[in-house]
Structure formats: C-alpha cells, structure tokens
Design a protein around this ligand. Structure first.
Ligand code: MTE
Ligand code: MO
Length: 214
C-alpha cells in the first residue's frame, strides 16, 4: 500500500489516544437514535485511505470464497441478476458523526449466505477492497437482515467516493466495518484483523456501547 494519507495518520493517532466519543459526551435526550458520543450530520462525509479506486463496471468482479460449500465470482451483470433488496438504516462513523435514514439497495447478505452456504467451521468474514482496505467481522454480525452489498444510495447509483460500484453496509457496527469498493469476501475459521482493527480500532465496533478502540 502507498504512504498513509494525512487523514489516515490522524485517525491512527486518535486511535492510539483513544480519542472521540468522550469529549463529545452529548446524549441527545429523547433521541434514542443517536448512539453515545455521536452527533448528527445532514451531509455525508467521505472517508478513505487517501485513494479512491476507479473500477470500471466491465472490470468489476466480486469473489465470495473461503470456508463455503459453493464459492462464487460475480461479474457486474451477475451481481445485478441476484434478488434485489432495499433497506433503510442509520450510519455511524467512529470519528463521531452519524447520518440517519440512508436507503440502500443491492444484494442482501442473507441471500449470499443462502447461495454459498458457509461450512460449520466458518465463524468469521474478511472483506477486501480494490484500495487494499480490509475489515473483519464475526459471521453472526453479517448474518443479519439489515446487512447488504449496496450499489445505490437514496435511489441513486452509489458514487465512487462512497465506494461504488459496490460497498458493504453493516448498520449495527461503526461504518469502518463496511468495506467500500468491495472485491472479495472470504469466510474464515479464525479471526483475521482488518486495516483499522490492526491499528487500534475495536474488533467488535458497537456504536451503542461507545466501543471505538480495542
Ligand atoms: N475500501 C475502503 N472501505 C472503507 C474505508 C476505506 O478507507 N477503504 N474507510 C472506512 C471508514 S473508516 C468509514 S467511516 C467509511 C466511510 O464511508 P463514506 O466515505 O461513504 O462516508 O467507510 C469505511 N470503508
Ligand atoms: Mo471511519
């Protein structure tokens, strides 16, 4: 990977200092939708490693493999041919902003599980992206009705800056658990830490528990 960007370096320092959440101890009383230490934004900030990969649809593919009965690799057309799924959810970034009511549209993780059929030894999932980013989750976190691979946001195609063609959305965890520009999903029997998890971020990442750092 290239030299880390300034934002990446700052976030790494914040993780070391375990910053964020505590100095913004604003519990919006009566607003049960905002997790502790978060503030609401109307915009949608862009966070990445300082590099936004350009992935033409003709070159896009997604491999789903590892400890599964039936690995698959989809082209763009094959991805679109899967049952389509819509879900509305809130988005919580560890740097303390939250964005409510995002309508995502794509392929549900439940559908993926029904196709590839993880082996009983599969307990973890590792996501890899076209910018070499990685993030990890327990399988049970992915096996949830609100988890999906999205290519649309609020009815429009997901832009490149937000991870298009396709990104992952895991509403019950902080947003770094959702890989933008996803290219590979690997089921594993052992946990393997992703980019931020290896740099001081929490392995579990529960917004409602202010669970930011490991
Ligand atoms: N491939 C990739 N996915 C990524 C990241 C990244 O740098 N590369 N950053 C993560 C982080 S830290 C956050 S907060 C969200 C930001 O998504 P957004 O830019 O659409 O707001 O994407 C996550 N997914
Ligand atoms: Mo983030």
């Amino acid at each position: 990977m290239d030299e880390p960007s300034r934002l990446t370096k700052t976030k790494e320092q914040w993780a070391k200092a375990r910053r964020g959440g505590e100095e913004r101890e604003v519990f919006y009383e009566g607003d049960a939708r905002l997790p502790p230490g978060q503030h609401l934004v109307e915009t949608w900030p862009v966070l990445d490693l300082g590099f936004k990969p350009e992935v033409p649809l003709t070159e896009w593919s997604l491999a789903i493999n590892g400890f599964v009965t039936t690995p698959v690799t989809w082209t763009w057309e094959q991805f679109l041919a899967q049952p389509q799924f819509k879900n509305l959810s809130d988005f919580h970034c560890v740097t303390s902003w939250s964005r409510f009511d995002n309508e995502w549209e794509g392929v549900s993780f439940k559908h993926i599980l029904s196709l590839v059929k993880p082996l009983s030894s599969a307990k973890f999932v590792l996501f890899k992206s076209f910018d070499d980013y990685t993030t990890n989750l327990p399988l049970e976190a992915c096996d949830d009705q609100d988890v999906l691979l999205t290519y649309k946001w609020n009815g429009r195609p997901l832009t490149k800056e937000h991870g298009g063609p396709v990104r992952v959305i895991v509403p019950k965890r902080y947003a770094w658990k959702g890989a933008k520009w996803v290219k590979e999903i690997t089921f594993l029997d052992k946990d393997e830490k992703g980019f931020w998890e290896a740099r001081g971020y929490s392995n579990s990442a529960f917004p409602w528990e202010n669970d930011r750092y490991g």
